[in-house]
Design a protein around this ligand. Sequence first.
Ligand code: HEC
Length: 160
Amino acid sequence: MKKIYFLILTLIFFLFLCACGDQPTKANNKPVIKESQKTSETVEKKEKTSSAPKIKMTAELKRGKKMFILCKACHSVEKGEAHKTGPNLHQVFGSKAASKIGFNYSDALKSSDIVWDETHLRSWLSKPMDYIPGTSMAFIGIKDKKDQTALINYLKEITK
Ligand code: HEC
């Protein structure tokens, strides 16, 4: 009988050893899983960087982009793009009003002495027909000051 007890004890001892032996393997596995997660994260980051737009979109620029929907129908902004109902606005900041070649401006805008900057744009965009009576820009205007700022900052980026 003693032999049987001894056998059972040895068996338990070996089982115990096996269980201990397993643990390091599991522990080794864990970092491997983490590594692969890290790799997929890095891949995601890389993808984000490569597909990132040229403009770094802050909350304000996003707001400006939404506002620009109001202008898009009449204005292009890319260099060399055709005029629409309104002139192409590429590099409008710092340019003299009514100076884009190939666009038929109103006499009112042509005879204004404006060089487009933030202040003029703000007044223009709040009510074009009041700021330059006789303009052919049929746009009701933007009243909200924050909307104006957001749009002007967005315009700065896209018309560079
Ligand atoms: C319905 C069409 C229309 C919409 C909408 C419109 N515009 Fe215009 N825009 C014009 C026209 C037409 C002119 C030329 C005005 C003139 O000759 O008197 C003009 C002129 C301008 C100018 C002066 C450009 C220059 O070369 O001097 C700026 C700046 C401008 N628009 C910005 C905007 C912005 C920003 C918006 C959106 C909030 C907007 N416009 C919405 C039609 C439009």
